[in-house]
Write a protein that binds this ligand. Structure first.
Ligand SMILES: NCCCC(=O)N[C@@H](Cc1c[nH]cn1)C(=O)O
Ligand SMILES: [Zn+2]
Ligand SMILES: [Zn+2]
Length: 478
């Protein structure tokens, strides 16, 4: 490592940290909500992408804003999709090329829902920068840009070629992104050696982490229909196969009280557990008591750290999400819903296969339903099939990230997986065939998607240094 250069870059970042916070404040002020499909938020999304494109252009990047067409909504409405930014800095064939993926859209946020401050006004309290998108994902995207700007301001060559792919529809399911990655496979992505994503969190407040796997997700609906109108339970109760009773039985057949999934064959392809793998969970520092308290849960299904981590990361889980058509208002309406749709999903792990899971679940529900001799109609659909992702932690960029973390934080990272799904990680691995690493910046209590989302100033600024150190490590290791 060239310590003198790194020292200069770190000093620059420390000296300019208030400017970096100010830019984050300006970006948080843009209400780039991609989840609520209304024209005002779409305009905000377009504004957000234009501001980001301009920032990158001013850093000297070649920027293309790719038109993504429009999105057809179930109610017949059509809304424009914000452009995806493809940006490139440096084109030196002797250097490695690192591509960073991030997103600038955010989850909905309303101060009336329990925010202590205006979600779109970045507010600093005790070193915590509160605001929607601070940690998911505007802060981490800006940390990359800040790191580049430090090299630029010091008139230093970038140690690696850098590409950015930044989208504005992640929270809505990365609409049309897979098609773009496919189309750009031999163009924008042709020279890319490594892909980095910073769109998840550490599992600690202070200890950094590197993430090498995420679970996939298969999302199901099961519709049970008698007729397309509700019934009066005084007039029809007692003579009907009630759709809700069928549905509750179907949903109740999926998972037992210990969390074990009851769909036959579902565990068949789950990767066998080795002693070596158990040791990786033992090595992670997780204060279970603190985790339980901060989650405000009285008791988890499992009592040890290793079991908890394994059931979040390396075993499938089944969650029941809701019932469309159910009576869910206060009061005592005596209705029999005429048709109901149950929603549940299974988080998938290596080496489970999405289409095998679809068949197993469908067969199981058909079996349970047929035993009820119901005259209702049942339709099972898998509406989402997202694959799990796992990487080789001995790839060059994992070693570079570890060394950069040691330099900036003076500690070894937790090597973690994530129980949720980042579909783009698997897409990059499958389509672009390059090594993908997740380098999170945010602390475990950042509250992504929740009220009072925040990023600590410390995480944002040290994270900026981490990316600068990572560029230099990549140059050394490439
Ligand atoms: N920490 C990163 C979380 C990203 C996230 O929340 N992803 C969604 C994606 C998804 C999966 N099924 C439907 N959407 C998630 O729920 O895991
Ligand atoms: Zn995100
Ligand atoms: Zn998110």
């Amino acid at each position: 490592l060239p310590p003198a250069l790194l020292e200069k870059v770190f000093q620059y970042i420390d000296l300019h940290q208030d400017e970096f916070v100010q830019t984050l404040k300006e970006w948080v002020a843009i209400e780039s909500d991609s989840v609520q499909p209304v024209p005002r938020f779409r305009q905000e999304l377009f504004r957000m992408m234009a501001v980001a494109a301009d920032t990158l252009q001013r850093l000297g990047a070649r920027v293309t804003s790719v038109d993504m067409g429009s999105q057809q909504l179930p109610d017949g409405q059509s809304l424009p999709i914000p452009p995806v930014i493809l940006a490139e800095l440096g084109n030196d064939p002797t250097k490695g090329t690192v591509c960073f993926y991030g997103h600038l859209d955010v989850q909905p946020a309303d101060q009336g829902d329990g925010w202590l401050t205006d979600p779109y006004v970045l507010t600093e309290v005790d070193g915590k920068l509160y605001g929607r998108g601070t940690t998911d994902n505007k802060g981490p995207v800006l940390a990359w840009i800040n790191a580049v700007s430090a090299f630029r301001a010091l008139e230093q060559d970038l140690p690696v070629n850098i590409k950015f792919i930044i989208e504005g529809m992640e929270e809505a399911g990365s609409v049309a992104l897979e098609e773009l990655v496919e189309k750009e496979k031999n163009r924008f992505f042709s020279g890319v050696d490594y892909i980095v994503i910073s769109d998840n969190l550490w599992i600690s407040q202070r200890k950094p982490a590197i993430t090498y796997g995420t679970r996939g997700n298969s999302y199901f609906t099961v519709e049970v229909k008698c007729r397309d109108q509700d019934f009066h339970s005084g007039t029809f109760g007692g003579i009907l196969h009630e759709p809700m009773a069928d549905l509750v039985a179907l949903l109740g057949s999926l998972v037992d009280s210990s969390g074990h999934i009851l769909v036959p064959g579902i565990y068949d392809e789950v990767a066998p557990l080795t002693e070596e793998e158990i040791n990786t969970y033992k090595a992670i520092h997780l204060d279970l008591e603190e985790y339980r308290n901060s989650s405000r849960v009285e008791k988890f299904l499992f009592d040890t750290k290793e079991e908890i981590l394994m059931h979040l990361w390396r075993y499938p889980s089944l969650s029941i999400h809701g019932i469309e058509g159910a009576f869910d208002e206060p009061g005592a309406k005596t209705v029999i819903p005429g048709q109901v749709i149950g929603k549940f999903s299974i988080r998938l792990v290596p080496h489970m296969n999405v289409s095998v899971v679809e068949k197993q679940v469908t067969r199981h529900l058909e079996d349970v339903f047929s035993k009820r001799n119901s005259s209702n109609k049942m339709v099972v659909s898998m509406t989402l099939g997202l694959h799990p992702w796992i990487a080789n932690i001995n790839d060059t960029q994992y070693l570079a990230a570890k060394r950069a973390i040691r330099t900036v934080f003076g500690t070894e990272p937790d090597m973690i997986r994530d129980g949720s799904t980042i579909p783009i990680a698997k897409m990059f691995q499958e389509i672009v065939h390059k090594s993908v690493v997740l380098i999170p910046l945010g602390a475990v209590d950042d509250g992504e998607h929740s009220q009072n989302e925040k990023i600590n100033r410390w995480n944002y600024i040290e994270g900026t240094k981490l990316f600068a150190a990572f560029f230099l490590e990549m140059a050394q290791l490439h």
